[in-house]
Each structure stands twice: as C-alpha cells, then as structure tokens.
Design a protein around this ligand. Sequence first.
Ligand code: SF4
Length: 241
Amino acid sequence: MENKIEHAKRLIEEAIKNYPRVGVACSFGKDSIVTVHLAREVDPNIEVFSIMTQYKPKETFEYLRLMNKKMNLRITVYMVADSVPEALKDGSLKVRLLPTDEFHQRTSEIKTQTGKKIYEINPDECCRLLKVEPAKVAVSNLDAWICGLRNTEGRIRENYQEVENKGGLIKINPILTFTEAEIWRYIATRGIEPHTWYRKGYRSLGCAPCSRAGGELERDGRWKDTSKCGGECGIHTQILK
Ligand code: SF4
C-alpha cells in the first residue's frame, strides 16, 4: 500500500507541475476525503471544491462543514439552490449558489404530469441539472482536476485511467488502484474521521433518495432498483468543457 500512496502523490505532484490551474473534487465520501488528504500533503494550498445538491443527506452537509474546519480546506461548494441549506450554513464556508430556473421548471413539469419527483422519473435529468451542470461551472477555470475514482468500485469504473483527457480538461485519478480495504486502512492510520453513514452499512454515498446501504459491489446501492443502478451521475462520463 505504501507504494500506491507514493505513486498517488507523484501523480498529484506531476499534475501541479504540469498544469497551472488544478483543483481537487470532493464529494465527502471515503475516497474523496483520502484524495483530498493526499493532495494536501503534496500542496497544502491546493484548491478544493465540491458539488452538493439539495438532496444530499444533512449528515453530508454536517460532515463537509466539520472537515472543512478540521482540515482547513477553504473549500468552495457549488450548488443549484435558492438558498444555502440550514445544515450547510457556516460563515466561513464559500457556497456558490447556481440558478435554479431550469430545475424548478423540469421538476414542476414532472410533478404535474406524473405526481412524482424528478429523481423517481428521470434520474439522469436530475443528475444533469444538479450535478453535471454545476461541475461544468466548477471546472470552467481549471486545466486539470483530481478525483477519487477507483477501479474496483463498480463495473463502470473498471477501465478508467489514471490520467484522462476529456475535451482538453485533464482528469487525474491518483487512487485508482486502491482497494476499498486500503482506503479504510489509510483513513484509520491517518486518524481521519469518516462520514457517519458508513456506520450504517453504506459503501458509496450519494444523494439520500438514490443511495442504499450494502451491495455486492461498492456502487450497487446507488440508484438501486432503477435502470441506473450502480451507474454514474455523469460528472465522470460526460465532457465538462
Ligand atoms: S443522485 Fe438522485 S437526487 Fe441526486 S442529482 Fe442524481 S437523481 Fe437527483
């Protein structure tokens, strides 16, 4: 595992050396927090950003605030919302609220037509509006971004590469070969406090309505019982620039 850690840090170092504007994405799951921890060991001032949605559990907002303080992340949060959720309110936190017009329009159309929530009827559209579009804003001023993707998380991530070029935006995946057990070992040995939902048996954390505990593969609990089960929100599969 020490070799993997050194390799991950080398990838981050090279990214910082090769690209003037680099940021680390953090969803505040176990893999993200390890990636941020590694990146900040390389450069304590590296930019950290997060895409949050109004459907994230309040425990994620609380954990974000806690870790932002504990690790002095100076994080910027991007979020499609009319106001900052109560659990995310913290004078020292930079939250960039993004326009909600299209989201309100789509949710109200779906409600009128079906009586249901957008994530029940069209999770891809919900993810596009709440995650992919804000991610485009977050990376718009970056040359490269560093993410916590891992090959063994689920079937779609098996073939991801450590360095990807998508439409000119470079993505670095420094912990790609870490196993789930290695992530937990890193967290334990560095004394990092994990998100509380892991104690409830969750293996991968997303928005509350679309995440379930358990699963054979880590991402099996994501969008469970839908055609999107174990899939992706689109941030890592679509062109962001
Ligand atoms: S994970 Fe679910 S609630 Fe969150 S943006 Fe995607 S569909 Fe919407």
